[in-house]
Design a binder for this molecule. Structure first.
Ligand code: GLC
Length: 636
């Protein structure tokens, strides 16, 4: 497949093109066709024939791409680092829990802007199956919005409204599975061979058993095993997650073409970032854990190359909660370098923040970051403290051993600590999916409750309350200041919302305690952010101050790397960012005691008169409990 033929295939769907448009699209094809072909060829023997169909899909989509989105495409072509800018701050929310409906979200844009948000991830909002649906991750129709939230027109209108305000909408693209009620699965259930081919269906246990030998279980509590017998299809269906979430078969090129068309269609509604849900699981290989297979990256490369031609304003965010050595491939390694997702979640950073808060010791943190692979400069991490999922205690045994800890013992400690069981623990949380075979116990709980605000408020002790708030702000400072990507604030954390124990009263939620940390927005509490002396005021303004500081510091641009520094005090974390406009060294005190200021460590980095860029004042003589400082030699 050469550029001319591909372009002709595209243009054939588009009607007359003026010279400028033609040149623009030809340039895109020349730039990205090799990446598209390499991706397709790595996976599909019939790559040229598929490419011809890809050209038509892109052409049809371009013909319908609204003018203002085409203008955005052009803007983004000229600002390829748009998602790396220091002003890029994200917010994650459930539409209904945040604002009732999509229209409601539009009415709360002011609140998001007050905080400095430029990126909004609305949790799954496409039509899910009825009843249990894994928080919307079991999609029954990708082209319809959940009716209680609004319509596709509302989504399109909200995207436009957000775009006018400089906020990019991120939407989940669930591409590992569909609901058992999705039309593809319905057709397969009715015996249509075409659609049976969209799934992994086995007549007996031979292959499922062979796969199970090396497959882990994602939800051992409520969905043990990875296959579900289905009477209608008379076979074992691959269901990595829940029995009603059917894994789709990406080795079938029809599946690739379906998703491509869908992504472009949603991009034409104004979606700017797609969160590629559970992407690690999308390729299966016997004898492996069926995660992180090379084909996953080839397919992402092909999808992205097609998007760069058809909707270049759009970026991908990989949701791969996997070990660092596997994770880095989602931002591109080897031949995929710079050609796959622009964004991926930095799970290690999140886990290490919680680990150091519990242990008051940062040696493991420093060790883990030092061993963490460097990302390509054109990409960015999504950094975060909490999200809608549980926390899996992904502490590497190698890192633990390097600082004299036992990996299993430390993981055990963390899960005990964050349930509140460990003596002296400040946390309130719950175990999620305890797995006796692997001794794995994950944790559910909101930021504020895990960080001790719930117990402190109950105690009524002012010092405990103050420490809990400072702890929350320290944790935010670390992932906001980390600098290699977009910090994502999880709805309610900016106000210190506590665990929501009411989830047990909802039949579709009661068995999944991740709902503990998916509270409804409390707008009355939000109002208290204006009232000095309240918890809400302290936390909201503390976070806002961090975001404002970040936005004005050029060193926060995500292209530049962060390095963790060794220094003698085990309570302190020091992070360095090199930048042409000067070096930045961040200092974090993970203990509730004062600590000496690390003058020597800073001197070694050439910072002799440290100036704190958060408060815009000279650095203090000592570090207060949970202090956080972003230090430079000069004000910026
Ligand atoms: C992702 C989501 C999680 C969901 C799973 C299956 O990991 O974050 O909530 O259960 O995918 O879709």
């Amino acid at each position: 497949m050469n550029e001319r033929v591909f372009f002709a295939g595209m243009a054939g769907q588009m009607g007359a093109l003026d010279a400028y448009r033609s040149a623009d699209l030809e340039a895109r094809v020349c730039r990205y066709l090799p990446e598209l072909m390499a991706g397709l060829e790595a996976v599909y023997p019939e790559a040229p024939a598929i490419a011809a169909r890809v050209a038509e899909v892109i052409g049809r989509s371009l013909a319908e791409r609204p003018q203002d989105l085409q203008a955005l495409d052009l803007k983004r072509i000229h600002t390829p680092d748009w998602f790396q800018e220091p002003q890029m701050h994200g917010y994650i929310a459930y539409t209904d829990r945040f604002a009732g409906t999509l229209k409601g979200v539009g009415q709360h844009i002011g609140y998001l802007k007050e905080l400095g948000i430029r990126y909004l991830h609305l949790m799954p909002l496409l039509l899910p199956r009825e009843g249990e649906n894994d928080g919307g991750y079991a999609v029954a129709d990708y082209r319809q919005v959940r009716p209680d939230l609004g319509t596709m027109d509302d989504l399109e209108a909200l995207c436009a409204q957000l775009r006018r305000e400089g906020i990019s909408l991120c939407l989940d693209l669930v591409l590992n599975h569909v609901a058992r009620e999705h039309p593809w699965a319905l057709a397969a259930r009715q015996g249509d061979p075409k659609y049976r081919g969209y799934f992994y269906i086995y007549p007996d246990r031979t292959l499922p058993d062979a796969f199970e030998r090396t497959l882990p279980e994602v939800f051992p509590d409520f969905a043990p095993g990875n296959f579900t017998w289905d009477d209608e299809v008379q076979g074992w269906v691959w269901t990595t997650f829940n029995s009603w979430q059917w894994d789709v078969n990406w080795s079938n090129p029809e599946v690739f073409l379906e998703y491509l068309e869908l992504i472009l269609w949603l991009a034409n509604k104004g979606v700017e970032v797609f969160r590629l849900d559970a992407i690690a699981f999308t390729w299966k290989r016997l004898g492996t854990n069926c995660q992180n297979q090379p084909e996953v990256h080839a397919l992402t490369q092909a999808l992205r190359a097609a998007l760069r031609i058809g909707a270049p304003a759009v970026a991908f965010k990989a949701e791969a909660i996997v070990a660092p050595e596997n994770l880095i491939a989602y931002l591109g390694t080897g031949t995929h370098y710079g050609k796959v997702s622009e964004l991926a979640y930095h799970n290690t950073l999140m886990v290490q923040i919680w680990s150091s808060l519990a242990s008051r010791d940062t040696r493991l943190f420093t060790q883990a970051l030092q061993r963490f692979p460097q990302k390509p400069p054109s990409t960015a991490w999504a950094t975060y403290l909490r999200c809608h999922d549980d926390i899996g205690w992904a502490i590497s045994d190698i890192d633990a051993a390097a600082v004299g800890l036992s990996g299993p013992a430390h993981r055990h400690f963390l899960s005990e600590f964050y349930r509140g069981d460990f003596p002296g623990s400040f946390a309130r949380g719950m175990h999620f999916q305890a797995n006796p075979t692997t001794s794995d116990r994950r944790t559910s709980g909101s930021t504020a409750s895990l960080a001790g605000l719930e117990t402190a408020l109950e105690s009524g002790h002012p010092r405990q309350i103050s420490l809990a708030m400072e702890r929350i702000l320290l944790a935010h400072a670390v992932f906001i200041g980390y600098g290699e990507g977009i910090p994502l604030i999880y709805m309610g954390d900016e106000l210190g919302l506590l665990n929501d124990y009411g989830y047990v009263h909802e039949p579709a939620h009661k068995d999944d305690n991740r709902w503990l940390h998916r509270p409804k927005m409390d707008w009355a509490k939000a109002e208290k952010r204006h009232q000095q002396g309240t918890v809400e005021h302290r936390i909201f303004h503390g976070i806002k101050e961090l975001l404002e500081a970040r936005a004005r510091i050029p060193q926060m641009h995500a292209a530049f790397p962060t390095q963790a520094l060794w220094q003698p005090n085990p309570h302190l974390l020091l992070l360095k960012r090199e930048h042409p406009q000067g070096r930045l060294v961040q200092v974090y005190n993970f203990s509730e005691q004062d600590q000496p200021f690390p003058f020597e460590a800073l001197r070694q980095e050439g910072i002799v008169q440290p100036f704190d860029l958060i408060t815009q004042t000279p650095a203090p003589a000592y570090l207060e409990p949970y202090a956080r400082l972003w230090l430079a030699q000069h004000p910026v």
